[in-house]
Write a protein that binds this ligand. Structure first.
Ligand SMILES: *Cc1c(COP(=O)(O)O)cnc(C)c1O
Length: 426
C-alpha cells in the first residue's frame, strides 16, 4: 500500500523529523527513550472536525478516554469543550481529576460494579450506558438504595450486516456488547418500570477503526427505527439524546476514513429526514481524536542481521506499544534523522521483552545504525493507556508539545514506583 503523507503536525526540517516546532531527536535526547510525544494542535484539530460537523446542533462530544487517559490529555480536551466517556471507576476518578463536570461524564462498559455505580451516582454523572437487563436491575437497586435516580441510556446492538461490513467488531449479534436488537423494547419497558431509573437516551457503538461511512449510516437507520418503536410503546418515553458511539478510523497505513465533519454532514441529513433532528446528539470518539496526534520515540540498541531475518532491536517494546502484539497492528516507523551514509536494509523492528510476539514492525526498509532513534507513528491511542510493566519495565515518559513548547506530562516510571505497593517478606 502506498504511504500517505506524514500527519500534518509532523514535518521534515533540515533532515530531522519535527513535531510542531520541535525536533524529535532533541526531545529524545532531553527526556530519554522510549518517549511518547503528542501534538496539542493535532488533537485539537481532530476534535475541531467533530465540532464543525455538529455546530449549531445540541450535542456533546464525550471523548472515549480509554484511548489515552493521561491527565494532561484529558485536561486539554475537557478545556476544549469535551465531555468524557468512561468505562471504569478508575477512569471516573481521572475524569474528575482532569476537571470534567460530572454531568458531562457518561459511563459505558458491560461490567460495572455496584461500588462503581454508587460512586458515579454520588458525583452525579450525566448518564449510564447500560449494556444488559441484569445491569439495569442492579443499577435500579443501587440508585434506590442511595435515594437517587440514575439517568440511563440503553446500548443497543444494531446488528449491522457482517457480510457488507466485516470490519465491524462490536455491532454484531455474537458479541458481548450491547442489547440484542429484538430485546431492546422489552429492556425499555423494564427501564420505564424502575423507580430508580430515568430513561434519557439510546446509544450504540458498532466497532473501531471504521474507515467508511456506510456502517454508520446503516446503524443510524436501525437506531432511529428503535427510537420510533420505543416512543410508540405508549409508556410516555421520550429519548432526549441519541448517542452514536465512536469508532471512526485513522490513517495507519494509507487508510482513508471519512473526515468527521463530512461524515456528520451525511448523518445529520438522515437524522433530519427521519424527523429526529431535534434530539441532542452524543458521540464517543477516542482513536480519531488522539491516535494520529502521538508518536513513540525509541532508540536502536543493536543491529542483528541474520540469514533469514534482520532484527533491529530497539528500546521500546510490547509493554509500551501493545497493539502490534495484540492485534498484529501496523504502525509506520520513521527514522528521526535521515542517513546518507548507510544503505537501507529490510528489518524486523523488535523490543527487548522475552516474547516472540514482542515486535513493533515487520519487514521495514530502514537505513539505520545503532544509537539512531526512530518514531513509531500513530501512537497516540491505545498505546500508553494499554502499557504494562511486563519484564519490570517502567512505563515511558510523555511530553505534550504546543508550538515550540514541550511539557513533560508524565515522568518515566522507576523500578521503585513499580515496587511501591508490594510487601517484601520479613
Ligand atoms: C472504545 C469505545 C469507544 C471509542 O472507540 P474509538 O474506536 O477509539 O473511537 C467509544 N464508545 C465505547 C462504548 C467504547 O467501548
Amino acid at each position: 500500500m502506498p504511504l500517505s503523507p506524514l500527519p500534518a503536525f509532523l514535518t521534515q526540517r533540515h533532515g530531522e523529523l519535527h513535531v510542531e516546532d520541535l525536533s524529535l531527536d532533541s526531545l529524545a535526547r532531553a527526556h530519554g527513550t522510549p518517549l511518547f510525544v503528542y501534538s496539542q494542535a493535532a488533537m485539537l484539530q481532530a476534535l475541531g472536525a467533530y465540532q464543525r460537523g455538529l455546530a449549531g446542533r445540541s450535542h456533546l462530544i464525550c471523548y472515549a478516554m480509554k484511548a489515552n487517559s493521561s491527565l494532561a490529555i484529558l485536561q486539554t480536551l475537557v478545556r476544549a469543550g469535551c465531555g468524557l466517556d468512561i468505562v471504569s471507576g478508575g477512569e471516573l476518578e481521572r475524569a474528575l481529576a482532569a476537571g470534567c463536570a460530572p454531568e458531562r461524564i457518561i459511563f459505558s462498559g458491560v461490567g460495572k460494579t455496584r461500588a462503581e455505580m454508587r460512586r458515579a451516582l454520588d458525583v452525579g454523572i450525566g448518564c449510564f450506558n447500560v449494556e444488559s437487563r441484569a445491569e439495569l436491575a442492579v443499577l435500579d437497586e443501587v440508585a434506590r438504595a442511595v435515594g437517587r435516580r440514575a439517568r440511563v441510556s440503553v446500548r443497543v446492538n444494531p446488528d449491522v450486516d457482517a457480510q457488507t461490513h466485516p470490519y465491524i467488531s462490536t455491532g454484531l449479534k455474537d458479541n458481548k456488547f450491547g442489547i440484542a436488537h429484538d430485546e431492546v423494547l422489552d429492556t425499555y419497558r423494564q427501564a420505564a418500570s424502575c423507580s430508580g431509573l430515568e430513561v434519557v437516551g439510546i446509544d450504540c457503538h458498532i466497532g473501531s477503526q471504521i474507515t467508511q461511512a456506510a456502517p454508520y449510516l446503516d446503524a443510524l437507520e436501525r437506531v432511529l427505527d428503535l427510537v420510533a418503536a420505543i416512543e410508540g410503546l405508549g409508556l410516555g418515553l421520550r429519548l432526549h439524546h441519541i448517542d452514536f458511539g465512536g469508532g471512526l478510523g485513522i490513517d495507519y497505513r494509507g487508510d482513508t476514513p471519512p473526515a468527521a465533519d463530512a461524515l456528520w454532514a451525511q448523518l445529520l441529513q438522515r437524522l433530519d429526514a427521519r424527523g429526529f433532528g431535534d434530539r441532542q446528539i452524543l458521540i464517543e470518539p477516542g482513536r480519531s481524536i488522539v491516535g494520529n496526534a502521538g508518536v513513540c520515540l525509541t532508540e536502536v540498541l543493536y543491529l542483528k542481521p541474520g540469514e533469514h531475518k534482520n532484527f533491529l532491536i530497539v528500546d521500546a517494546a510490547m509493554n509500551d506499544l501493545p497493539r502490534p502484539a495484540m492485534y498484529q497492528a501496523y504502525h509506520r516507523i520513521e527514522p528521526l534523522r535521515a542517513r546518507a551514509d548507510t544503505a537501507p536494509l529490510t528489518w524486523d523492528v523488535v523490543g527487548p521483552v522475552c516474547e516472540s510476539g514482542d515486535w513493533l514492525g515487520r519487514d521495514r526498509e530502514l537505513a539505520v545504525q545503532a544509537g539512531d532513534r526512530l518514531a513509531v507513528l500513530s501512537a497516540g491511542a491505545y498505546c500508553m493507556s494499554m502499557a504494562s510493566n511486563y519484564n519490570t519495565r517502567g512505563r515511558a515518559a510523555e511530553v505534550l508539545v504546543d508550538g515550540a513548547r514541550a511539557t513533560v506530562i508524565r515522568q518515566r516510571e522507576t523500578a521503585a514506583d513499580q515496587m511501591r505497593l508490594e510487601t517484601p517478606l520479613p
